[in-house]
Design a protein around this ligand. Structure first.
Ligand SMILES: [Zn+2]
Length: 445
């Protein structure tokens, strides 16, 4: 759609909205009242997976101290979001997984744990923010440190009955979604079909799987991407050289990207006091950081001259993954890597003020900060922070044995925002309202 057509259409929608607003003075006032533009040109939605207040506090204490502030602490407005999902009957389930959590803001609807952007009862596809933004002529992108076929990025661009259906050879839990059954295929296939302009993350193994049915039968998903014009990049140098004339698919790892920091995992009875290693030798030198991928995505999206603005989601995925493993150094390193991506987004918004930046999480996690002389059950460790103080972190939501995965928690999560409509994050609201906020900010019909 051309710029003038889109403006006209948005103007008509806004005009109608303004009539309603004038008739109901108690309603919130739209930021832009010029009649021809929605409040924002761009939205950057940053998701720290499993990043509850405890996980943020652990990273804050360790790196900048108890009185310090991370980039994510200093956005203009902040509030909280509920996190509960539902069962097949629509009854509340108090602890969400990442698939239902991402579905809530991607579609504005709650669904059952494990399901990706489909209804809780009838298992039907729900339109997503990314699909709506693309239909309206905006550029779109998704950046993650997980596989691009993992639950959080999947919820933007795919609809499957179960999050495990990442590639065409992974469809056991999604019989109705297979191409043979007339479905849209795996997450990897559907993500390509949604045709975002920028996809950066891991998941090379999922895109290397062979399509079993339909017009691309016998090809891998990656071969399909190349045939459909995607520019595929595998490392930082290739990402830097990528041009915006074609969509870009960055696959920087077989599955999750290697984390930035390492250290001793928490153990039953605690560990000796430790400092985290801020360089992970297993992480290939050419792997872009989340901040670098975010920066590259913003440059590519901005340079799409044929587009009218953009919607970008950025996920710090391994905060959750490391918390499951009771690995506080990995978890804190990923939280800080995510925070540097927040800084990149805020610097972009400073240069492009019609950009709404939102930072939040899908659910809380198991981390607890305890008095340093406590003797907690479960697994624990003591970190020596940058300000020279002991910080006892405990994980006691699963068995004490290594490999006993720690659990998500049902707490509300913090949300903060800067830019147009930032005030919408104030107070305690439903996680599904993020969908409404982003839709209204971009004027999505
Ligand atoms: Zn998790």
């Amino acid at each position: 759609m051309r710029r003038t057509e889109r403006r006209r259409r948005r103007g008509a929608v806004l005009g109608t909205a303004l009539v309603v607003l004038l008739a109901a003075p108690a309603a919130p006032v739209v930021t832009s009242v010029s009649g021809d533009r929605p409040p924002a040109d761009n939205v950057i939605l940053l998701i720290g997976d499993g990043m509850g207040d405890s996980e943020i506090a652990a990273a804050r204490n360790y790196s900048v101290g108890a009185s310090g502030r991370l980039a994510m602490d200093t956005l203009d407005r902040s509030g909280r979001r509920t996190t509960a999902s539902v069962d097949e009957h629509g009854d509340p389930v108090y602890v969400t997984d990442s698939a239902a959590g991402a579905t809530a803001w991607a579609t504005g609807r709650r669904t059952v744990n494990g399901r990706v952007s489909k209804t809780h009862d009838t298992d039907r596809p729900l339109p997503t923010l990314l699909e709506k933004a693309r239909r309206q002529g905006l550029a779109t992108g998704s950046v993650t440190t997980a596989s691009l076929a993992d639950a959080t990025p999947a919820a933007l661009a795919a609809h499957v009955s179960d999050r495990s259906c990442k590639g065409p050879e992974d469809m056991a839990a999604c019989p109705a979604d297979t191409r043979a059954a007339g479905g849209a295929g795996s997450v990897a296939e559907q993500t390509l079909a949604a045709r975002p302009d920028v996809l950066l993350g891991g998941g090379g193994d999922h895109f290397a799987q062979t399509v079993r049915d339909g017009p691309h039968r016998g090809r891998t998903v990656l071969e399909q991407a190349l045939a459909e014009g995607y520019h595929v990049v595998r490392d930082r140098a290739a990402l830097r050289a990528a041009r915006p004339d074609r969509p870009v698919l960055g696959l920087f790892a077989a599955d999750y990207l290697h984390v930035e920091w390492t250290g001793k995992p928490a153990a039953p009875g605690g560990t000796a006091s430790q400092r985290c290693a801020t360089r992970n030798p297993a992480r290939p030198a050419g792997t872009p950081t989340l901040a670098e991928s975010t920066s590259a995505a913003l440059a590519l999206l901005t340079a799409r001259r044929d587009r009218l603005g953009f919607f970008l989601q950025v996920e710090g995925a391994s905060i959750d993954d490391r918390a499951h493993e009771a690995d506080p150094c990995g978890q804190i390193g990923e939280t800080l890597a995510f925070d540097r991506a927040v800084s990149v987004a805020r610097a972009y918004a400073a240069r492009h003020p019609r950009t709404l930046v939102i930072v939040t999480a899908d659910h809380g996690h198991a981390t607890q900060i305890l008095p340093d002389d406590a003797r907690p059950p479960g697994r624990s460790t003591t970190l020596l922070t940058d300000e020279g103080r002991p910080m006892l972190l405990a994980y006691a939501t699963s068995t004490e044995q290594p490999g006993g995965s720690q659990e998500h928690t049902g707490v509300p999560v913090p949300v903060s925002a800067s830019g147009p409509l930032a005030h919408r994050v104030l107070g305690l609201r439903e996680n599904t309202e993020l969908f409404t906020t982003v839709s209204e900010a971009l004027g999505l019909g």
